[in-house]
Write a protein that binds this ligand. Structure first.
Ligand SMILES: Cc1ncc(COP(=O)(O)O)c(C=O)c1O
Ligand SMILES: [Zn+2]
Length: 392
């Protein structure tokens, strides 16, 4: 059974309980985070129990927020491979570089994890219609899991979202609204639908269920490395549910005594949209709106993340950093991973890879350290970019 206690506000500490859809904190509008009875979890599962279970994301059921296992909506997400970067590792200055390949998820990005958890909880609570502004990939994941669960789905995305993501979302039968602008403009359209039609808004960090999915990346990394966690995990960051999920996942593993330390978490952005990097460099706890955001890595094209305080906390508490890479470096890295390692990374994942070279050059990462780069999705969703790279 799940050992969920409730949802705690990361800012004011208020605990929210009850079997109703939770959103943000009723007192201060902060993001809520699920809390579990860790001692009870320790009594029912251990590393050996986990090793005997099938390799799927839901193997960590006791520390996930669905109460009744029958309500799990799964398309086979998680337990993605960790690939040793045997050829390019040395090129980026590392002896031990690994890539966790999230493109192997059902809709080909890591967003299947948060959406599988969210749709499962909402099914359990009897919710009928959901809506989400999305840079693209979370939206298309929602359309797939929503179809499986029989939910009415509305997604709003920028009109220049890669065409494959748009088409995929439509084919799953959802309503897809395109807006001229960025995810922040899409959020305004969702807010209107919420007040007019009663949709449930399941935006990044506005419901506490999503990071429960992304945290499983941390669980898996630790388990796949035989509970000897890496020194550094590098993640392309936009809205922050990936990074905050990794932080929460590793923190819970430390509380469970399954690992003895938290890896340093690195948030990677593009030079063309780097609000988190600017906040980090200025030593701020909050992130300012980045004017004129523009990058081919559309998943990290987020001018102001809602969960800015939580993102900055995840970076600082893990003693990590935030770093940006140029558009040229992103494109070069897509090609380098494809040619040398046979991995067709999405531009966001390629940005994370590109950042590692800078981290080792700047001596922020030592060549003997163990580093995991997360390739958050498949390059196949970014046809426009691939064609542009090939000039066809
Ligand atoms: C492929 C890809 N990578 C990275 C991100 C950024 O993730 P997050 O919003 O959790 O920071 C996204 C978000 O849409 C994405 O689609
Ligand atoms: Zn609060």
């Amino acid at each position: 059974m799940s050992h969920l206690i409730g949802y705690k506000c990361g800012r004011c500490g208020a605990l929210h309980q009850g079997r109703v859809p939770h959103s943000t904190c009723r007192s201060c509008n902060g993001s809520l985070l699920a809390v579990y009875d860790i001692e009870a979890v320790k009594n029912v599962i251990d590393k050996e129990t986990l090793a005997r279970r099938p390799p799927v994301m839901w193997k960590y059921f006791e520390i996930l927020p669905v109460i009744n296992r029958d309500n799990v909506v799964s398309l086979g997400e998680g337990y993605t491979p960790m690939i040793e970067l045997s050829k390019v590792g040395e090129r980026v200055g590392l002896k031990n570089a690994y890539l966790k390949d999230e493109s192997r998820n059902p809709t080909a990005t890591f967003k299947d994890r948060p959406i599988s958890v969210t749709v499962s909880v909402l099914k359990e609570l009897g919710v009928r219609s959901v809506a989400m502004p999305s840079a693209g990939n979370a939206g298309s994941a929602l359309t797939a899991y929503g179809a499986k669960a029989g939910l009415e789905v509305h997604v709003v995305m920028p009109s220049d979202t890669p065409r494959a993501i748009y088409a995929e979302s439509l084919v799953h039968g959802a309503e897809v609204i395109l807006v001229n602008g960025l995810i922040t403009d899409a959020a305004r359209v969702v807010a209107e639908g919420v007040s007019r039609h009663g949709w449930l808004d399941v935006s990044t960090m506005k419901v506490p269920y999503r990071v429960e999915g992304t945290k499983t990346m941390g669980y898996e990394i630790a388990e796949q490395m035989s509970w000897d966690p890496p020194d550094v995990v590098v993640f392309p960051t936009g809205g922050g549910e990936g990074l905050v999920g990794l932080w929460k996942g590793f923190k819970e593993l430390v509380e469970l005594d399954w690992i003895d330390r938290m890896p340093r978490l690195v948030a990677v952005q593009s030079e063309g949209c780097r609000p988190i990097v600017e906040a980090y460099l200025k030593g701020e706890d909050r992130v300012e709106f980045f004017e004129g955001c523009d990058t081919i890595a559309s998943g990290i094209r987020v001018p102001k993340p809602f969960a800015d305080a939580e993102i900055m906390n995840a970076i600082r508490e893990s003693q990590g950093t935030a770093i940006d890479v140029s558009e040229e470096e992103i494109v070069k890295s897509v090609r380098e991973l494809a040619v040398a390692e046979g991995i067709l990374a999405c531009p966001e994942g390629a940005a994370a890879y590109a950042a590692v070279k800078k981290l080792t050059d700047l001596k922020l990462v030592d060549r003997d350290e163990k580093v995991v780069i997360i390739n958050t999705g498949s390059g196949l969703k970014y046809f426009e970019l691939l064609f542009r790279m090939l000039s066809i």
